[in-house]
Design a binder for this molecule. Sequence first.
Ligand code: ADP
Length: 370
Amino acid sequence: MAHRSRPTICNFPGAGTAIVQQPLPHTFSRIPSLNPHPPRVSPCPPGTGHGGSPARPAGKGRTIQCRPGDACRSGAARSLLSIRNLSKTYPNGVRALRGVSLEIPRGMFGLVGPNGAGKSTLMRTIATLQEADEGAITFGEIDVLRDKEEVRKILGYLPQEFGVYPRISVAAMLDHFAVLKAIGKARERKEVVERLLQVTNLWDVRKRNLSTLSGGQKQRFGIAQALLGDPQLIIVDEPTAGLDPEERLRFLNLLSEIGENVVVILSTHIIDDVSDLCQRMAIISEGEVRLTGDPRTVVDDLKGKIWRKQIDKGELEEYRRDLAVISTRWYGGRLLIHVFSHEPLNQGFEPVDADLKDVYFSTLNLAEAA
Ligand code: ADP
């Protein structure tokens, strides 16, 4: 199979995003840096201990080599966004966030939880759109709760509701957003807008009115505007709700590519989106973080502890009383229950290969029972 190129970066908040090439073992098309003047990079020299990762970018057109002892941030697991003890109570008394702490490295981070868990409150606070009562958030060197202007320079935000879609062409609207993002010179703006229309697969509909786009196209437009200005922190809130399977796949492919370069926080209640895409995740309910980790590891931790059985609907209450039933679904006209148990269960139960849904439901179940 012919290998294409994958962009790899050394990310320094505020310094832009630099790209070098590595073999790409899959077939996604490459997302180029959207900055027409990306800073140059070269490999870290021997002795830095950075394993040939790119040197840190030094701004437009300059290159600085990593020095021995430098903290090269190309390491995927290094936390860039740090949220500490964040709390928020709305004036109506709802405690939406209760001491939330999370460490989020570069890559795709999935934030899952039921409706009302506090996901949007957390997203909006990181996006500087609302205040927290307590706590701290830093992105690299930036104090997110204080230096709002600095955050907005490196932020791309796709809210749950993108608002109204006016009777203006896709390209003209994106250009308008580019002006708002202070991408000032007309030629540079045209370049950026055209590249984004191609990256998000909207080139063919660029002359159409926004109001006539399909749900998936509108979502991709949302991502296009969120990518303006080469953001290093991208927040997407429930992006695949309402998309058909094909559009969802296309959208997730796009997100996964973006996630190779920057911090992407994907807030969702669709667990499959997280298992498909994210290197790290957190489960949140009632404003509290219930679990955080690598999706594969948290699934492995459940090995041998999930059991399933088909039962009649009338038996459910009894099973719920005696066992930790974490999920139920209809299957062939009967109920299929999944039960969490450290001990093997007999009486018709069989072991299940746990998946992220089992992790999610058992975590919420435990939280509820506590
Ligand atoms: P999620 O995004 O996980 O559905 P939200 O952050 O939207 O959760 O909401 C968390 C809780 O805060 C919910 O109980 C919600 O009703 C409440 N809430 C959200 N926004 C407001 C607001 N502006 N005023 C009062 N309560 C709010």
